[in-house]
Design a binder for this molecule. Structure first.
Ligand code: XIL
Length: 318
């Protein structure tokens, strides 16, 4: 049937994947990725990030992300947009600039306005602010928090909303699922944005999990409902479940399947959970081994594009 078709039949909007233009000439990859019954949404893995899309001040480079958007359209897939205000993958001019409140506000406003306007009406959702929190639930030190203080949060959402009133505007972060102080911080961020009368529509749980350490279905339902109570929709936006030991033994392979299933069922259980995106679907292109040496094999398909037990298990509960 395909994961997206099954998700839609279960009443959700999408089951999607991250993809990037450097994957485009891999034909076995494309045979799976381009099947809209399998993946009903594309998210550019890197090409909409600030360093990629505005590498120098006032110089925009939309080509790569445009190609992802065009392919999604050709395939009849939704397009999810990632990301605008983030401390990481910033170009040197932002990272090393000598900013005042006024000049950084102007540069952030211009960035968000230009990028959101370029993709106006193409994005189901924008991850407006990504990873603003430290693990203890306070704002992470970044050029944005240091120069602008917490006001960069409502600023980012109001500028994004003005540029594309039809996009769902998300706050997106990791470890909200495992770290109560950080989840509390995210709830405070949502309330702060709402108190400033800026638009916010969704919370993205990145869902970068580890085999055997993935929060269970009940915990993920409870967590989502705290944000639903503030009026938000929810999504698992970057799902993967990394093995801690490679090669994985049979027990770990089965546990990975159980972990994936719990996340999918937690979305099914919450009416306002709109869908799930995996952060690549094949171990061939997962970011995990590069960023966390020794961890890996986190995806639903193996390097040779064979569906793993986790894939079969997810399909069986949809
Ligand atoms: C990762 C990409 O997958 C890598 O290719 C890149 O080198 C670094 O960024 N949280 C996010 C994503 O919001 O943008 C990150 O993507 C993974 C963690």
């Amino acid at each position: 049937q395909g994961l997206h078709r099954l998700m839609v039949n279960a009443g959700k909007l999408y089951f999607g994947t991250a993809i990037e233009t450097n994957n485009f000439n891999d034909r076995p990859y494309r045979a799976i990725a381009d099947n809209p019954d399998e993946f009903g949404m594309y998210v550019p893995e890197n090409s909409q990030k600030w360093e990629a899309i505005q590498p120098r001040q006032g110089v925009f480079s939309f080509d790569a992300a445009d190609s992802v958007a065009r392919l999604a359209k050709t395939n009849g897939q939704l397009f999810r947009c990632h990301t605008l205000t983030w401390h990481s993958q910033l170009p040197p001019f932002v990272q090393n600039g000598t900013w005042t409140r006024a000049t950084l506000t102007a540069v952030l406003t211009a960035h968000i306005t230009s990028v959101v306007t370029h993709y106006k009406s193409l994005c189901y959702a924008w991850d407006v602010v990504n990873e603003a929190l430290a693990e203890n639930g306070t704002l992470r030190a970044s050029v944005f928090s240091q120069i602008l203080g917490p006001s960069f949060l409502p600023l980012s959402f109001s500028v994004a909303g003005a540029a594309d009133p039809s996009a769902k505007l998300y706050y997106n972060d990791f470890n909200l699922e495992t770290t109560p102080a950080k989840a509390a911080g995210a709830l405070r961020i949502v309330q702060q944005i709402q108190a400033a009368a800026a638009p916010i529509h969704g919370i993205g749980f990145q869902a970068h999990f580890r085999v055997g350490q993935t929060p269970n279905r009940t915990a993920l339902v409870t967590l989502q409902n705290r944000f639903v109570a503030l009026g938000l929709e929810t999504s698992f936006t970057e799902l993967d479940v990394a093995h801690l030991t490679l090669p994985a033994n049979a027990t770990a392979v089965a546990r990975q399947a159980t972990d994936y299933v719990g996340v999918v069922q937690a979305c099914l259980d919450v009416p306002r959970c709109v869908g799930i995106v995996v952060w690549q679907f094949t171990d061939k292109y997962s970011w995990i081994p590069n960023t966390f040496p020794g961890l890996g094999d986190a995806c639903l398909f193996d390097r040779d594009f064979k569906p793993k037990p986790a894939y079969t298990a997810v399909a069986s509960v949809l």
